[in-house]
Design a protein around this ligand. Structure first.
Ligand code: AHR
Length: 618
């Protein structure tokens, strides 16, 4: 029974309350939201990005012994490598996943930068299936002379395919040089050139996000010790926004923290444009010269710090400056004379060196506030490690009067159910919370349910929790570094997880104001069992359990174990197969490792007629 007190009002809920966190993880950008169909279009893949890479990854020679070279004949200083093809010769790109996806009747824009050591070289570009059968009429182009020039043409697909190949071949004699071989669907989200894959963008837009946090978490601040002191093309530079704007052929590629190459084709301009297109507030994250995510290095280089701070001021000018300002003019040249209207900006992500981070953060914040007092500068608390860096960072943020602090956590569904009151006791006078990353650790219905339950706690505390985003957003099913994820896809299909549906429900029904309510009939705090969905439950962290019971929904006890013996499996519970308890089931000691218990059982037994109850040792 829920009782609503209509005479009272609670906190207002911001229209921006629920947003999305886009990180280029799981191939969310190249091979994902960024609609480019050619993989490794500029031959910049490198073993430094991924040990399995060569500059020809994604490509197969057809003839003519294609070679990637890096010499003075390059397209430009940032786009270092190019393909040299002895003629006659050809090379084939296989796109992502099963290949290039084309839809019957739709248009596909091809472009390439090329030069030849002949007066002219005939270039034929074909869209085929893996056996070589044409999916569209081939394009016939003529490359003229020794100066790099962009050539283009458009295919209209006659046949649909999800295993398409792009064959680029030159005829005659001599040598042909190729770079930036690109194939884009004409049909992108909002028909933007260099735009977003429509189905993914539409799924995101359907969330009605209040903000877009980008371009990532660990992606942003790792490798920042290189900064701009390293050459533009050096791998493992931190994610620096100036690397990602301007003509795509002049954007350097880089190693992505998650183990692949990032083209930066989807860069800061495109992120701002996309946020505007989906009606959301853009919320960029910049690196703060302290690396988190396991690297934990702080850079002591005052000149480098000053440069990154200036870059951040330039970023604000890029977003908000008039079209005749230095960086506003760059934005205008890219196609957006009007300001993007940036209001929030986060400095740093999951910093594990609290004091080193905070001294740098303070320099960023002071500089931004001096020039742009209306911008909200967001600090962070590191991952919620229940102590240590998290508490220290909160204290630093609180003491310095930081406006908003970014929190992150990934926990079991049980944790989300048990921690609904997390923010009830947060200091109302302290920094507001930006819950920039959270998810319960699987993609099942129960996870979505636990997240939805938790979100009621976020809303109840909307005076403290101002922004919240599930993470990560996207995952290409063939290139997964992290799960669970909100939206899954391959080269031709996309589907929302149960968590996507929970987010969509909340994000499309954001209230204006909390109305105080009470409920009866729910378990009280004291009675609440440690309960996990059967099938996959992780429960228990730094505590021990000495009595575990499995009961059906009607309370019938199916199985109990007091861990006094040495049982390795719970066999044939109520005739329902074998249950293995893994991950250190025998909770006789106090070490955290031994107390994380994962139950995995008969997959058929995954409806919610069973709960697991563990009694904590005294
Ligand atoms: O969302 C995946 C990762 O989780 C983010 O990159 C990082 O901030 C967090 O650890």
């Amino acid at each position: 029974r829920v009782t609503v007190d209509t005479s009272a009002t609670g906190p207002e809920i911001s229209d921006h309350m629920y947003g999305i966190f886009f990180e280029d993880i799981n191939r969310a950008a190249d091979g994902g939201l960024y609609a480019e169909l050619v993989q490794n279009r500029s031959f910049e893949y490198d073993p430094a990005d991924n040990a399995a890479y060569t500059p020809l990854t994604g490509w197969a020679p057809r003839s003519g012994d294609p070679r990637v070279v890096d010499d003075d004949g390059r397209l430009n200083e940032r786009n270092r490598r190019y393909l040299r093809l002895a003629l006659p010769g050809g090379i084939i790109n296989a796109g992502y996943n099963s290949g290039i996806r084309v839809e019957k009747g739709k248009k596909y824009d091809f472009s390439v930068w090329a030069r030849t050591d002949q007066a002219t070289t005939p270039l034929t570009v074909s869209l085929t299936d893996p056996a070589g059968a044409a999916l569209a009429d081939p394009l016939r182009l003529t490359v003229r002379g020794a100066t790099w020039t962009r050539y283009s043409g458009t295919f209209t697909a006659r046949t649909a395919s999800i295993t398409g190949r792009l064959l680029v071949s030159g005829a005659g004699a001599g040598t042909l040089a190729l770079d930036m071989v690109s194939l884009f669907p004409r049909d992108t989200y909002k028909n933007r050139p260099n735009g977003m894959r429509r189905d993914l963008a539409e799924k995101i837009a359907a969330l009605n996000p209040g903000f877009v946090r980008f371009p990532g978490g660990c992606l942003v601040n790792t490798g920042s010790h290189h900064g701009y002191e390293a050459p533009d093309w050096e791998r493992r530079r931190s994610y620096q926004w100036k690397d990602t704007i301007g003509p795509v052929e002049e954007r350097a590629t880089n190693a992505n923290f998650w183990g692949y190459n990032q083209s930066y084709g989807l860069g800061y301009y495109e992120y701002f444009q996309f946020a505007e297109d989906v009606g959301a507030m853009a919320l960029p994250v910049v690196p703060a010269l302290v690396t988190g995510c396991g690297q934990n290095q702080a850079t002591d280089d005052p000149a480098l710090l000053a440069r990154h701070i200036q870059d951040t001021l330039d970023l604000i000018e890029f977003a908000n400056g008039p079209a005749d300002s230095e960086w506003g003019a760059v934005r205008a040249r890219m196609g957006h004379p009007e300001p993007f209207g940036l209001t929030h900006l986060a400095v740093g992500n999951e910093e594990n060196l609290p004091d080193q981070f905070f001294s740098r953060f303070t320099r960023f914040r002071d500089a931004i506030e001096a020039e742009y007092p209306d911008i909200t500068v967001i600090g962070n608390s590191g991952p919620d490690d229940t102590g240590g860096t998290f508490d220290r960072l909160w204290q630093l943020n609180r003491d310095a009067g930081v406006a908003m602090v970014d929190e992150h956590y990934y926990n079991s569904p049980t944790w989300f159910l048990q921690n609904n009151e997390r923010y009830d006791s947060y200091d109302r006078q302290g920094p507001k919370v930006f819950l920039g990353e959270y998810a319960s650790q699987d993609n099942r219905f129960y996870n979505a349910l636990s997240e939805a339950a938790y979100m009621t706690g976020l809303e109840r505390n909307a005076d403290v929790v101002r922004l919240a985003s599930y993470a990560p957003l996207l995952a290409n099913e063939d290139y997964v570094q992290w799960r669970p994820d909100m939206i899954w896809f391959n080269n031709h299909a996309s589907w929302g997880s149960a968590s996507y549906e929970a987010q969509r429900l909340f994000m499309n029904n954001v209230g204006d104001q909390v109305v105080p309510s009470t409920a009866t009939g729910t378990p009280s705090q004291e009675d609440r069992p440690i309960t996990g969905a059967v099938g996959l439950s992780t429960w228990g962290t730094a505590a021990s359990y000495d009595d575990v019971r499995v009961t059906s929904a009607d309370g019938t006890e199916l199985f109990a174990d007091d861990f006094s013996g040495t049982d390795a499996n719970w066999t044939n519970i109520a005739g329902r197969g074998t249950w293995a308890v893994t991950g250190g089931a025998y909770a006789q000691s106090d070490t955290a490792a031994e107390n994380t218990m994962v139950m995995a059982g008969d997959p058929a037994w995954q409806d919610y007629d069973v709960s697991v109850k563990a009694t904590k040792q005294s």
